[in-house]
Design a protein around this ligand. Structure first.
Ligand SMILES: C[S@@+](CC[C@H](N)C(=O)[O-])C[C@H]1O[C@@H](n2cnc3c(N)ncnc32)[C@H](O)[C@@H]1O
Length: 310
């Protein structure tokens, strides 16, 4: 049975322009029931609809902003900013050392409320020469991210739309908690879109697929989240996390050297909650290893990957 996240089912957007499409509640409830997820079906059945049975888009937006606001607590707790800066700092150092001319631009794909971009802007962790952009197909999340950034007076910006259709080229694509939303061929397509762009690298953090991940997610979401949808999707996310081998296969697209930081064989399953899959233009691998120093031992290519099954 497939594991389904409610948030994916109730917020359907046109990937070309980000326009929200109407969603019938009964169809979502049916899908959840058919997948054996009666609890998820009950959560959706309680959401408000119009007389035609279409989910109320305003209520859905409010709910999604609420759940992502709770999710931000998890990002703080898991020190997502520090974890990313630990790899992204050396990655930008390597890009500068490789003689890259032109602006340095980080694009956060599926930024949600923009916690990562706002954290990077607030701390200046990557240096003042890196432009910080968050992009999401969900207009309500982007609006809230933008409001928070303006409130905090941060030097970053947020764009509503498809991260791969931006008018300006990204130097590095990043994301947090997005990869597991792409299933089957869509995962390799996600990496191919980046390889086909002028970007020099990508670095995508997602839940490490360990046996402990679902129970860890249950404890965290139980402790930190109030809304049943957030708790539900948090656990399902951990169940859907891609294992190392799947990520490495999908990221092995032409023009990219795929790498995993802290793959299963090298990580403590009690500590590793999220870990990134990276892709770099081949000439960047050496400068990246140099910039990482001792930590480069934790960066492995597909030829060194072992012990990847859950
Ligand atoms: C689970 S949310 C991630 C939230 C955020 N990164 C966080 O950590 O709180 C996944 C988001 O990815 C967005 N998304 C998926 N594909 C995208 C694309 N190609 N461009 C922009 N946003 C995308 C969806 O709209 C959704 O809001």
């Amino acid at each position: 049975m497939p594991h389904l996240e409610i948030s994916d089912l109730i917020t359907v957007t046109d990937p070309a322009g980000g326009t929200r499409l109407p969603v019938g509640r009964a169809a979502v409830v049916r899908r959840l029931v058919e997948s054996g997820d009666l609890r998820g079906a009950r959560i959706v059945a309680a959401l408000p609809v119009d007389p035609g049975g279409v989910l109320d888009p305003v209520a859905v937006d409010r709910l999604m902003v609420g759940v992502h606001t709770e999710l931000q607590r998890l990002s703080e707790e898991l020190r997502i900013g520090e974890r990313l800066a630990h790899v992204l700092g050396p990655l930008f150092t390597a890009i500068r050392a490789s003689g890259h001319a032109g602006p340095l631009r980080l694009v956060d794909v599926g930024c949600g409320l923009g916690y990562l971009v706002r954290w990077l802007a607030a701390t200046g962790a990557l240096g003042p020469d890196v432009e910080l952009v968050g992009v999401d197909l969900d207009a309500a999340l982007v609006d809230e991210a933008d409001r928070l950034a303006r409130d905090e007076g941060l030097a970053c910006r947020f764009v509503h739309g498809n991260a791969f259709d931006l008018p300006e080229a990204a130097t590095v694509f990043v994301s947090t908690g997005v990869l597991h939303h792409f299933r089957g061929p869509a995962l390799a397509e996600f990496f191919r879109a980046q390889a086909a762009s002028p970007a020099l690298a990508f670095c995508h953090y997602d839940i490490a697929a360990t046996r402990l991940a679902p129970i860890g997610a249950w404890i965290f979401h139980r402790a930190r989240m109030r809304h049943p949808l957030g708790r539900h999707d948090g656990v399902v996310s951990a169940l859907r996390a891609h294992d190392d081998a799947t990520l490495m296969r999908a990221a092995a697209v032409p023009g990219i050297r795929p790498l995993l930081y802290e793959p299963r064989g090298l990580a403590n399953p009690f500590c590793t909650t999220l870990r990134p899959v990276l892709g770099v233009r081949p000439q960047l691998e050496e400068p990246l290893r140099l910039a990482l120093g001792r930590a480069s031992r934790r960066l492995v290519g597909p030829e060194r990957l072992t012990g990847t099954a859950r």
